[in-house]
Design a protein around this ligand. Structure first.
Ligand SMILES: [Fe+2]
Ligand SMILES: [Fe+2]
Length: 272
């Protein structure tokens, strides 16, 4: 299995505790758990694509890289907060959030749909880690995020290429793909990230999906600049067979940026 980087490539000795943003740290702890949980996604994807050995092999490599993302983020979070116990947090998270591991059909209705959803997730992660790479003051976090972002762009291409293969034999229309993409984007506020945020930050005050989801969003979304959103949405539209730099893409990015900023102001006001 080839790796583009390992934990030994990260300049851990350059860690500067004075530059840690405590709010971003809380979001990173949640992200570490979600990334670490990729083994379950591999099981699910290998079931759904059971008779496609090329994809199964690619999914195993992909999963190993995602788990490494979780390890790198957890290690950084431990440097920033020595009380953070990633093993305990991950155990609580996997007890609280389970994927449909026994499924043999994609929850998206088809393999094309599954691949569109996977592309959308990689658009989200590539944007998020690019934004952290560009916004974080702490140098080791920047180095970790840069490597992860590069992997996430490769992951998008991986799922996009397999999607193109399936589109050749059994094409799915642009509108259906777009609906799946929008559905997957909306799921960013579902239990997975909310539960990860709660478990990563000490399981305090009882679990409330809406409260944890809002807290995660407030702390995570501040790193974005317009360019990160625009690029991520363009890639998602590309997976739907649409022009990533066309009229619709530009309008979509502008509207999303406006809504994101408005929501961020509202969340900040509630938190204050
Ligand atoms: Fe990842
Ligand atoms: Fe990824």
């Amino acid at each position: 299995m080839t790796r583009h980087w390992t934990l030994d490539d990260i300049p851990w000795a350059q860690f500067d505790p004075t530059k840690v943003d405590p709010d971003l740290l809380r979001a990173i702890k949640a992200a570490a758990l979600v990334e670490h949980n990729a083994d379950d996604y591999v099981t699910y994807l290998c079931n759904v694509f059971a008779d496609d050995p090329d994809f199964v092999a690619a999914a195993r490599q992909w999963g190993a890289e995602e788990v490494q993302h979780g390890q790198a983020l957890a290690r950084w979070a431990q440097l920033a907060d020595p009380d953070f116990d990633p093993a305990l947090a991950l155990q609580r998270f996997t007890e609280g959030y389970r994927l449909p591991l026994e499924a043999t059909q994609s929850v998206r209705g088809s393999r094309n749909g599954e691949l569109v959803a996977r592309c959308v997730v990689e658009c989200g992660t590539s944007s998020f880690y690019s934004a952290i790479r560009d916004a974080a003051a702490e140098p080791v976090l920047r180095a970790v995020a840069a490597r992860i972002a590069a992997d996430e762009f490769r992951h998008f291409k991986l799922f996009y290429d397999h999607l193109q293969r399936y589109q050749k034999t059994r094409p799915m229309g642009r509108l259906r793909r777009l609906l799946i993409a929008l559905t997957r984007m909306r799921e960013a506020s579902d239990d997975e990230l909310a539960m990860a945020y709660w478990c990563g930050n000490g399981c305090r005050d009882g679990y409330s999906r809406s409260a944890q989801s809002a807290a995660y969003e407030l702390h995570a979304s501040r790193v974005y600049r317009f360019g990160h959103i625009q690029r991520g949405l363009g890639m998602a539209l590309k997976a739907c067979g649409m022009d990533p730099q066309g009229w619709f893409s530009r309008r979509f990015a502008g509207l999303t940026w406006y809504l994101l900023q408005r929501r961020q102001r509202r969340l900040a006001a509630i938190a204050a």
